[in-house]
Design a protein around this ligand. Structure first.
Ligand SMILES: [Zn+2]
Length: 73
């Protein structure tokens, strides 16, 4: 649906990092016309300061479904 504000495991605020993460991924997609590699995703997380795996999995595994679900309101 929408990204949770905090990490389920450690409680770190991740919602703002998710927005920045998406922006960086979109930059790579537009400029190089491909999906980012795992090294590039790792670098994005390092730049954002997302160090723990629990927080990284929250961001990497999230799929925005709100726009599709809202049609059934
Ligand atoms: Zn966490």
């Amino acid at each position: 649906m929408i990204i949770p504000v905090r990490c389920f495991s450690c409680g770190r605020v991740i919602a703002t990092d998710y927005i920045k993460f998406r922006e960086e991924v979109e930059k790579i997609k537009k400029s190089e016309n491909r999906n980012p590699t795992s090294e590039e995703i790792n670098n994005i997380f390092d730049e954002l300061g997302v160090k723990r795996y629990c927080c990284r999995r929250m961001i990497v595994s999230h799929i925005d479904l709100i726009d599709e679900v809202i049609n059934f309101d």
